[in-house]
Design a protein around this ligand. Structure first.
Ligand SMILES: [Zn+2]
Length: 100
């Protein structure tokens, strides 16, 4: 009774479908910034960095840890907390434009 593993060797090189996955929007590492790319469901997009990403969990986690991304997120948070200030800045810019 030793005839074993005949069918088992159809081994699992399962190609992952490279598609955006709704589940990622519940992943604590990804949910704050991920959204489907407007060009189609085959890509993911970072709201903060405004970049299109390959829809691979590994890639996405890598992006989440990248310096560029962390910076973009903190800048955005800072911008939100002082929106009034940036409003004043844009207004004063306009004024200087008018003066020139
Ligand atoms: Zn990002």
């Amino acid at each position: 009774m030793a005839s074993s593993s005949a069918g088992v060797t159809r081994s699992g090189v399962k190609k992952y479908a490279q598609k955006y996955c709704k589940e990622w929007e519940y992943d604590p590492n990804l949910k704050d910034w991920i959204c489907p790319d407007p060009t189609g469901e085959n890509y993911a997009r970072c709201k903060y960095c405004k970049v299109t990403l390959v829809p691979h969990k590994k890639e996405l986690n890598y992006h989440a840890k990248s310096k560029k991304h962390i910076k973009a997120v903190s800048l955005d948070k800072a911008a939100k907390s002082c929106q009034q200030l940036s409003f004043i800045k844009t207004v004063s810019k306009r004024i200087t434009k008018l003066r020139n």
